[in-house]
Ligand binder design. Structure first.
Ligand SMILES: Cc1cc2nc3c(=O)[nH]c(=O)nc-3n(C[C@H](O)[C@H](O)[C@H](O)COP(=O)(O)OP(=O)(O)OC[C@H]3O[C@@H](n4cnc5c(N)ncnc54)[C@H](O)[C@@H]3O)c2cc1C
Length: 385
């Protein structure tokens, strides 16, 4: 939809490969998964075999050692083909980097190849029932007892939470507190351990994507399951959550471009006595406003993508990217219902448009709500950063 300059011929070939795999192996089944409210595990193994998972990992850990643009292509193609059940970026670009950068050699060998193959499903558990926005109110604990850590607490709305084999759990620790901020540790918890229970949470938006509650009740793991240093969790999260926000912005932007393309096509096809819907100023201006927002967001996101690889990544830019792309996406999803008239809420087109609206609503909540992003941007503004 918009001219782009950040991909070369290899990237273009990879995009074709991903698009072909998704359209033949995943997209034809996705509506069924939405109805069933779950994505079969076999789909992850297929995605792994097709090389979609953890593409940036070095080959010795099962990846292809490719740059972040390859990951961006996977995320975009998922959005273009309206696939959310198999949101590979959680595993590939959010959880795997934690293990790759913070893990011991033994942790990496144990987890990363299986994650790249789609045989091991992983999750990142921060949010708790009393509120996901304030990490400082976290109540899950990781208490040291001899050579073990004992975990107690509840994590909720965790992507892949009811199906994950291993979860990075953020928990309060005795070490690492700063002022009234408790110390946090990141702990790898294998879900087959006694004391772990997982249940699925039913949702209206992104219904095929597993979202679960994880309860830890006197769950004992060896201290060697600590990911990185004890009590260092806040520092790690501050470093890693920025890339998570960029990943979510890439997905939101590609969703917005898909919805916009389909809406322009349908408005052009819809006839009124004076001509197509696009001949009328009001719908044309509404679309032009959002087309312009999308164009600006596209250039901003594309400017952020290479920064991940080039070591000049700016977390504030990722907050801005997620804030703006998800806001435009929600406006577009709402307009896409309105400009289809009754067809926006009935029949096949209505089912699609209404689902897009619900799915869009998720995107300004997960990975840091828009209000929290505004707060972060505002604080950095005030401190002159
Ligand atoms: C589909 C889905 C997948 C998710 N996946 C994961 C996952 O994999 N791992 C994980 O840990 N979490 C995950 N989450 C949880 C998500 O990160 C939280 O929902 C989010 O952080 C908001 O937390 P909350 O829902 O508890 O809302 P709350 O924190 O209770 O917030 C409710 C409202 O109050 C506003 N608010 C709260 N505090 C402030 C403040 N200080 N200033 C201004 N406004 C404020 C919020 O912006 C929001 O509008 C997922 C959520 C969804 C919907």
């Amino acid at each position: 939809m918009f001219a782009r300059t950040l991909f070369d011929a290899d990237h273009d070939r990879w995009r074709d490969e991903v698009a072909t795999f998704l359209s033949s192996d995943i997209a034809p089944h996705h509506d069924d998964w939405v109805v069933a409210r779950k994505t079969p595990r076999a789909a992850w193994a297929k995605a792994g075999a097709a090389g979609l998972l953890a593409r940036g990992l070095p080959p010795q850990f099962g990846g292809a050692g490719r740059d972040f643009r390859d990951s961006a292509i996977v995320i975009e193609e998922l959005a273009r083909q309206r696939i959310h059940g198999l949101l590979t970026c959680l595993q590939s670009d959010i959880v795997a980097p934690f293990v790759q950068r913070l893990g011991t050699e033994a942790q990496k060998q144990k987890l990363l190849p299986g994650m790249a193959q789609g045989e091991v499903l992983a999750a990142l558990a921060l949010t708790e029932p009393q509120g996901g926005s304030a990490l400082s109110t976290m109540t899950t604990t990781a208490e040291t007892r001899g050579d073990s850590l004992v975990l107690n607490g509840v994590k909720t709305h965790i992507t892949n939470g009811s199906v994950a084999d291993v979860v990075i759990v953020a928990a309060k620790s005795a070490r690492g507190s700063i002022g009234d901020q408790p110390g946090l540790s990141l702990v790898l918890v294998e879900t087959e351990r006694p004391g772990v229970s997982q249940e699925s949470i039913d949702k209206t938006g992104m219904a095929a994507l597993d979202t679960g509650r994880i309860t830890l009740n006197e769950c004992v793991v060896p201290r060697s399951n600590l990911l990185g240093g004890e009590g260092m969790g806040f520092v790690y999260l501050m470093n890693f959550l920025g890339v998570e926000r960029l990943v979510l912005a890439i997905y939101a932007q590609a969703c917005a471009e898909r919805i916009l393309t389909e809406l322009i096509r349908d408005c052009d096809a819809r006839q009124t006595p004076e001509g197509s819907l696009l001949t009328h100023q009001s719908p044309r201006f509404s679309l032009a406003e959002l087309y312009s927002e999308c164009a600006v967001n596209r250039s901003f996101v594309d400017q952020c993508i290479p920064s991940v690889q080039e070591g000049r990544f700016d977390p504030k830019q990722a907050c801005i990217a997620k804030l703006r792309t998800t806001a435009t996406l929600k406006s577009l999803a709402s307009l896409a219902v309105q400009l289809r008239g009754a067809g926006g809420i009935s029949g096949e087109s209505g089912a699609r448009a209404s689902q897009d609206l619900l799915d869009a609503s998720v995107q300004s909540i997960w990975g840091g709500t828009s209000e929290i992003l505004l707060d972060l941007i505002g604080r950095s503004m005030a401190s002159g950063l």
